[in-house]
Design a protein around this ligand. Sequence first.
Ligand code: EPZ
Length: 422
Amino acid sequence: MDVFHIEGPVQLNGSVRINGSKNASLPTMAAAILAAGKSTLKSVPNLSDISVFGELLSSLGCTIERNDSGDLSIDSSVIENTVGEYEIVSRMRAGICILGPLLARCGKVSVSMPGGCAIGDRPVDIHIRGLRQLGAKIHLENGYIVAEAPHGLKGDDIFLGGPFGSTVLGTANVLMAATLAKGKTTIESAACEPEISDLANCLNKMGAKISGIGSPRLIIEGVKQLHPVEFEVGPDRIEAGTFMAAAAVTSGELKLENCRLEEMMAVVDKLRSIGVTVEAANGGCVVTRNGLVKPSDFTTQPYPGFPTDLQAQFMVLLSLAKGNSVVTEKIFPDRFMHVAELNRMAANLRKEGPVVIIAGVKKLIAAPVMASDLRASAALVLAGLAAKGTTVIQRVYHIDRGYEKIEKRLNAVGAKIIRKSG
Ligand code: EPZ
């Protein structure tokens, strides 16, 4: 297992290009199942989560290829298996989003029920409820969700809200299934995340009839069939937010290319309010920190609120603010594995239920730490850039799931990170 050795403190300066979005790519790859033939996706990042998802699609009978320019093609002409095996789905929870498209195309599907993960309980009851409303018969068997709709799916009015707001992959599943259902489906309380808009735009390009894209009410007129597509996924707003936090944590200046500020207003607003400058520049932005960071509060929320996927990284930034801050996690109330590790680096964080109280410190100090999940590990990297000494991060495979060549890209703008094979 690889380990990072991070020498700090450093100041980051320079330019970084933001990759295509992981969380838009995954459901869009699943959408290729809906139309027999070869679809091509552009700007899909080269990440271990994407490879595992490719493995899952291959296990169903699809052929996956990457060409020299990095485009990913998925040939779904033949689906010979409708079972998403535990061995693969247990490695990546997004595997659940083959449920809707396989059901719509083949009339049956079994997918291993994803377990919990490092960020807490992750139920799929709303996915199941939504697909049942489209007419699927669903039961659990040996840890698998078994769904059948031998006579096809039928449109309905479906409310997809849950205890913590909308569900991103639940919306993806029901949306994909509804494109081939008979009649009209209305999804109320649909997730509004840009990744869902990307998926919906891709589906429309495949011949689906979806309106209300980007809003909490999606209206889908079912069609008889979809056709393969060529589609480019949008930039990764979470990767962009992580690099913004990196510029701020290191008192540096980063120019981010290929970044949509309009999809990041909650993040940009937070940065500006604590004293970090964010200026739009040519399809991207420049993030600069001069002077001290002010303390602040934020609560994670569904889009367009502050994203849970940036909570850990912004906690590092507020750890270095002059004063006390409060972070409340409203999407995954247990998503705080980074708190104890950051305290090992001399942060002063106190967790009380879904809330963390941060007493700002003057500096962080390097320590050996353990990555636990994707975004928690990104936070530890940021802390390592700011901390005095050599921070050693174990289990960096977590970060490889969601950030392509992170150490090379950070080193190109002034970081000193060495990857060692452990
Ligand atoms: C997506 O997960 C993302 N994953 C997550 O990104 C992200 O943290 C999350 O959305 C929230 O933005 C992908 O897109 C691949 P949810 P998802 O269903 O769809 C509850 C990352 O770091 N809920 O929107 O699985 C759930 O427990 C990751 O890149 C139910 O109660 O999340 C949570 O509290 C990790 N029942 C809330 O809804 C359900 O059936 C939102 O979860 C489904 C969800």
